[in-house]
Write a protein that binds this ligand. Structure first.
Ligand SMILES: *[C@@H]1O[C@H](CO)[C@@H](O)[C@H](O)[C@H]1NC(C)=O
Length: 247
């Protein structure tokens, strides 16, 4: 009896048309004159509660956030490198705080700035290329750490109707990364030649602004699509008026 009841509950939750935010998420009201302030604290609070993911919404774990791969082909300029990252782990996102929030729900647009005290990007890497006049190549583990990383998020959404409900689908998620400092470390450069590897790591960090600026756009593109997927896991399954409450 109990088992069949469980089965009914389980099946209902599978076919149920719309879903809700987890109980412990703070809800903000659309009509609240302080809506932006409400979201500014509700969103990072939700992020912290998503550390291990939300099974019912198929939201993956956020600490660390896993990304399968990023390929970077930086063409011209002082940094010409082909880089391939696999098994990426992003640590530190859930420590982010928001410094501003601008919700324009009539136009399905959300803009927010976050600051992440320390974002660690750890991955298996393969790279080959040239930085300034120096050749670089290696295959090992990369640690790219961004300190006091400011991220400007611009979420451009559109309404989607389903079963009489409106969902706020994010069709474009743009980010800009502005780190205060970037610390790079690559193990096993130059087939494990320690002297060359140490010199190159030193060189990369002395020129980290240049190196990072050349690669920034690729990181931004890859990570914005990860952020978009996570946001849409929630926004595509929870009706808009259950995220931003109507009166
Ligand atoms: C990655 O680099 C940062 C900055 O140097 C360091 O604090 C952190 O411990 C490193 N992480 C790992 C897993 O080595």
């Amino acid at each position: 009896m109990f088992e069949s009841l469980m089965l009914v509950v389980f099946l209902t939750s599978l076919v149920g048309a719309d879903k809700s935010l987890p109980e412990d998420f703070t809800r903000c009201r659309q009509s609240d004159p302080k809506l932006n302030d409400c979201l500014k604290s509700a969103v990072p609070d939700a992020l912290r509660r998503m550390k291990t993911g939300i099974a019912s919404l198929a939201v993956p774990q956020m600490e660390p956030l896993l990304v399968s791969s990023i390929n970077i082909d930086s063409g011209a300029g002082p940094v010409v490198i082909t880089q391939n990252y696999r098994n990426i782990k992003l640590h530190g996102l859930t420590d982010s705080v928001l410094t501003s929030y601008k919700a324009d729900l009539k136009n399905y647009r959300l803009r927010t700035d976050s600051i992440t005290p320390k974002m660690e990007f750890l991955a298996d890497y393969v790279m080959k290329g040239r930085i300034l006049v120096l050749p670089i190549q290696g295959k090992g583990i990369a640690n790219i750490t961004m300190v006091n990383l400011v991220v400007k998020h611009d979420l451009i959404g559109e309404p989607k109707q389903r079963d009489g409900q409106t969902y706020m689908h994010i069709r474009d998620y743009r980010v800009k990364f502005i780190p205060q400092r970037v610390v790079l470390h690559f193990t096993n450069l130059f087939n494990g030649d320690k002297r060359l590897g140490d010199q190159m790591n030193l060189f990369l960090n002395e020129n980290s602004d240049l190196v990072f600026n050349e690669l920034k756009e690729s990181y931004e593109k890859s990570l914005s699509s990860v952020f978009q997927d996570v946001t849409n896991k929630i926004f595509d399954s929870v009706p808009m008026n259950k995220i931003f409450l109507e009166d």
